[in-house]
Design a protein around this ligand. Structure first.
Ligand SMILES: [Zn+2]
Length: 108
Protein backbone atom coordinates (compact mmCIF):
# COMPACT_ATOMS: atom_id res chain seq x y z
CA UNK A 1 0.00 0.00 0.00
CA UNK A 2 1.45 3.31 -1.05
CA UNK A 3 1.63 6.15 1.44
CA UNK A 4 0.90 9.48 -0.23
CA UNK A 5 -1.12 12.69 0.00
CA UNK A 6 -2.45 14.88 -2.79
CA UNK A 7 -0.75 18.24 -3.21
CA UNK A 8 -2.74 20.89 -1.32
CA UNK A 9 -2.03 23.62 -3.88
CA UNK A 10 -5.44 25.00 -4.92
CA UNK A 11 -4.35 25.26 -8.56
CA UNK A 12 -2.00 22.28 -8.78
CA UNK A 13 -4.33 20.56 -11.26
CA UNK A 14 -4.23 23.59 -13.58
CA UNK A 15 -0.48 23.63 -14.23
CA UNK A 16 0.33 22.54 -17.78
CA UNK A 17 3.00 19.93 -17.15
CA UNK A 18 3.29 16.47 -18.67
CA UNK A 19 3.54 14.71 -15.31
CA UNK A 20 0.00 15.87 -14.44
CA UNK A 21 -1.64 14.42 -17.59
CA UNK A 22 -3.86 11.40 -16.88
CA UNK A 23 -6.55 9.52 -18.81
CA UNK A 24 -6.91 8.13 -22.30
CA UNK A 25 -7.06 9.98 -25.61
CA UNK A 26 -10.27 11.98 -25.85
CA UNK A 27 -10.77 12.22 -22.07
CA UNK A 28 -7.47 13.45 -20.71
CA UNK A 29 -7.18 15.58 -17.56
CA UNK A 30 -4.57 17.48 -15.60
CA UNK A 31 -4.55 15.89 -12.13
CA UNK A 32 -3.30 17.14 -8.77
CA UNK A 33 0.15 15.70 -8.08
CA UNK A 34 0.70 12.89 -5.59
CA UNK A 35 3.31 13.38 -2.91
CA UNK A 36 4.97 10.28 -1.58
CA UNK A 37 5.38 10.36 2.20
CA UNK A 38 8.94 9.20 2.82
CA UNK A 39 10.09 11.09 5.91
CA UNK A 40 7.07 11.39 8.19
CA UNK A 41 9.29 11.98 11.24
CA UNK A 42 10.55 15.36 10.01
CA UNK A 43 7.44 16.76 8.38
CA UNK A 44 7.64 20.06 6.54
CA UNK A 45 5.53 21.71 3.87
CA UNK A 46 7.05 19.56 1.14
CA UNK A 47 5.08 16.67 2.66
CA UNK A 48 1.90 18.48 1.55
CA UNK A 49 2.89 20.59 -1.46
CA UNK A 50 4.60 19.50 -4.68
CA UNK A 51 6.36 22.85 -5.09
CA UNK A 52 7.06 26.23 -3.57
CA UNK A 53 4.50 27.65 -6.03
CA UNK A 54 1.70 25.37 -4.77
CA UNK A 55 2.65 26.25 -1.17
CA UNK A 56 2.50 29.97 -2.01
CA UNK A 57 -0.88 29.56 -3.76
CA UNK A 58 -2.26 27.83 -0.64
CA UNK A 59 -0.76 30.44 1.73
CA UNK A 60 -2.17 33.34 -0.31
CA UNK A 61 -5.64 31.76 -0.55
CA UNK A 62 -5.90 30.75 3.13
CA UNK A 63 -3.78 33.42 4.85
CA UNK A 64 -6.62 34.49 7.19
CA UNK A 65 -7.25 30.92 8.34
CA UNK A 66 -3.53 30.27 8.81
CA UNK A 67 -3.05 33.45 10.87
CA UNK A 68 -6.08 32.53 13.01
CA UNK A 69 -4.10 29.50 14.27
CA UNK A 70 -1.64 31.74 16.14
CA UNK A 71 -2.63 35.41 15.88
CA UNK A 72 -0.05 38.03 16.90
CA UNK A 73 -1.89 40.64 18.99
CA UNK A 74 1.17 42.41 20.37
CA UNK A 75 4.77 42.92 19.40
CA UNK A 76 7.40 40.50 20.71
CA UNK A 77 10.69 41.81 22.08
CA UNK A 78 14.16 40.33 22.47
CA UNK A 79 16.36 41.92 25.19
CA UNK A 80 19.70 43.00 23.71
CA UNK A 81 22.91 44.86 24.44
CA UNK A 82 24.21 47.30 21.84
CA UNK A 83 27.92 48.11 21.79
CA UNK A 84 30.22 49.94 19.39
CA UNK A 85 33.52 48.34 18.48
CA UNK A 86 36.32 49.46 16.22
CA UNK A 87 36.68 47.08 13.29
CA UNK A 88 39.02 46.83 10.32
CA UNK A 89 37.68 46.63 6.77
CA UNK A 90 39.06 44.60 3.86
CA UNK A 91 41.29 47.47 2.71
CA UNK A 92 42.75 48.10 6.17
CA UNK A 93 40.59 51.10 7.04
CA UNK A 94 39.00 51.22 10.46
CA UNK A 95 35.39 51.92 11.24
CA UNK A 96 32.96 51.68 14.16
CA UNK A 97 30.82 48.58 14.06
CA UNK A 98 27.55 48.25 15.96
CA UNK A 99 27.35 44.89 17.73
CA UNK A 100 24.02 43.52 18.91
CA UNK A 101 24.08 40.64 21.38
CA UNK A 102 21.13 38.90 22.90
CA UNK A 103 20.71 39.14 26.67
CA UNK A 104 20.03 35.75 28.24
CA UNK A 105 17.60 36.46 31.08
CA UNK A 106 16.93 32.80 31.81
CA UNK A 107 20.43 31.35 32.03
CA UNK A 108 21.95 34.05 34.27
ZN1 LIG B 1 1.08 20.99 -6.45
Amino acid sequence: MSNFVWCHGPSCHKSHTQDRIRGVKGSKVLRTKKIKQVNTEHVNFYNYFCSQGCYNDFAHKYVREVIAIAPRTEALETPINVTKEQATGWSGHTYMETKITTVDNNGG
